[in-house]
Design a protein. Structure first.
Length: 229
């Protein structure tokens, strides 16, 4: 027996009443095919109040739609990094800590770098600094703060405060440029304008492959990239 994969979708409507009717229609449509609409994960909300979807928060501010990393996505990332630094990395070398952190950070930032993410990136960067300070203190409890900073944080090519070893340098999220995602031309039809969609798909895949981030994404994030192309 083959179990259908979970599907995420957004349905927009002009009024709450219309949205409730659409929810019932979708629920009936799925039931006829032996599927169910998750009541726990289904919500009807106003765009001004916002909602979370695939790791992003969608919300309108003064009539303008803003998309940014969701609080839960940021919290999950920090949790992963804290585990690497404070639990799994107590006895690891600085190079190993940086290598593992960069894998997680690169995948997460590649996914979010096309939305309003500067504030989230800065918050994660500050939190990583505090976590790494705790890691350094655990390794050198009898040394003062400035000794630990001079040992693990260095300057390279005019960039100061880099947590780096001879092999690796930790990604600084504050220096990651925000690149807006190429907008889809809604006038284009995938069955008619095949060349447009082929070029767009190649452009998106090359964009992610160039940054070596696609392999670090979660399965649902790779699915978003595929269907979003």
């Amino acid at each position: 027996m083959r179990v259908p994969r979970a599907t995420h979708l957004i349905i927009t409507a002009n009024t709450r009443e219309t949205a409730e009717k659409l929810r019932d229609i979708v629920s009936q449509f799925l039931e006829m095919r032996g599927l169910t609409l998750s009541e726990e994960k289904t919500a009807i909300t106003h765009i001004d109040d916002g909602f979370d979807f695939l790791g992003w928060t969608f919300r309108k501010f003064k009539g303008k739609l803003i998309v940014k990393p969701s609080k839960n996505s940021v919290k999950t990332l920090i949790g992963k990094c804290a585990t690497i630094i404070l639990k799994q990395g107590k006895a690891d070398s600085q190079s190993e800590i940086i290598r593992r952190l960069n894998q997680v950070i690169r995948g997460w930032t590649n996914y979010h770098r096309h939305v309003v993410a500067n504030r989230a990136f800065s918050h994660v960067n500050n939190t990583l600094y505090l976590l790494l300070q705790q890691w350094a203190k655990h390794r050198h409890p009898n040394k003062n703060k400035w000794w630990r900073i001079n040992k693990y944080w260095h300057e390279k090519n005019g960039k100061r405060w880099l947590f780096m070893s001879e092999e690796y340098s930790l990604i600084n999220l504050r220096r990651i440029a925000i690149v807006r995602h190429p907008k889809l031309q809604i006038s284009k039809n995938p069955f008619i304008h095949e060349e447009y969609f082929s070029k767009r798909k190649m452009k998106l895949k090359s964009l992610f492959a160039a940054r070596n981030g696609e392999e670090m994404l979660e399965p649902y994030e790779r699915e978003t990239l595929t269907y979003g192309s």
